[in-house]
Design a protein around this ligand. Sequence first.
Ligand SMILES: Cc1ncc(COP(=O)(O)O)c(C=O)c1O
Length: 439
Amino acid sequence: MFENVSMKDLEEGRKYLMSGSVGGGLPVLIESGRGSVIQDIHGNEYIDCTSQAWTYNIGVGHPKVIEAVTEQVQKITHVRTSFETVPKLLLLKKLGEIAPADLKKISFCLHGSVANESALKLAITNNPHGMKFLAPFENYSGRTLATIAASWPYHPISRLFAPYMEHYVRVPNCYCYRCPFTLEYPQCGILCAEYVKTMLERGVEPVIALILEPMQASGGMIPPPEGYLKRIREICDEFGILLIFDEVQTGFGRLGAMFACELYNVYPDILTFGKAIGGGFPLAGVMQKETLKPPEPATDSFTFAHFPVSFAAACATLDVIREENLLERAKKMGDYFTSRLKKLKNIYELIGDIRGPGLMIGIELVKNRKTREMANDVCHQIVKDSVADGVIFGESKFKGMGNVLKIKPPLVISETQADRVLEVFEKHIKKHTERLAEK
Ligand SMILES: Cc1ncc(COP(=O)(O)O)c(C=O)c1O
């Protein structure tokens, strides 16, 4: 269908695009991909450390996914949510078997934001006396009207939506490298968690739930220090508020465990998932504790939510994660990257902090290790320049965090590809180090 496309036609099309997407601006017109590599329309190849918004955990175009999807599209592509299909029931079985702890009731939709909206509604259903939600600073839970409110409230773009954000109260995040209380872990006594307790004790508004990413991704790539999530769980229990883990990014292997809650051994009441589950097809959803009241169907139903093509892709994706031992692989390759990056940190002052775990790597770049002045411009330039070297890095552009470079490739990335990524990263870090030294 797209064989005889002219550049002029494409240019014409580009003119009509409404703005609004993020992470763009790189001159790559994608045509195809396999594994950890994507290819542009001119045949140039790039190792993709963004996994296309952190979705291709099993790699681009996995043959098993392609096979499952091809079979499904030939049968039927859309079925209303009130009907059953074989892929739907099989996926429920597979997910039910791996769902952590007692989070065994599952619903579906097509976007992480919508899954989070469902989780918020579910929390209201189960805690109808509350009025407010809690969310950490720079949390990211999506961009629908309700979830943008749980995302970056202090970014100028969010000001516009501020009137709709009044159901959220922000709590400090567990950002040890830039502690909101300027304390040091563990002497801090995990004050960021204790602060939540103080708020619940002294705040006047009843709280429904606390929503957080067990590893805060878009807002800085911030893993929780040991003990933080456990303390948060205890505090939520003490005050009878529900705990929602947004595992849209962390689910399905990226941290070296199927879910972050398993890695950290702390379990929420409600867990949301998305992104990687679909193996490149849209799918998201909610897992809730069996003891919670389920939502009324009329409060949570979407036309395309039970998309059988995505269900078939997700069944294949879960099989691939298991058969190819990708949890182990994420751990192994994550260690490979981080140990090499730590060596680079000993050489280059620009590298302020390296965070994991698994293939959820954030490199915080600073102009000065003592002052920790953020090197946003360096980060942005490295991401831009690396494209010409065949590597696409991720970048955290939002408030205060624009200095975090992300390495979150498909879990199937090979050592040779990892070496190339590190080689390109070092080339550019070296160049910027020399440039800054000349100033
Ligand atoms: C942690 C987290 N939650 C929710 C979302 C929103 O997912 P979606 O873009 O599929 O709506 C994202 C997307 O980046 C995310 O990273």
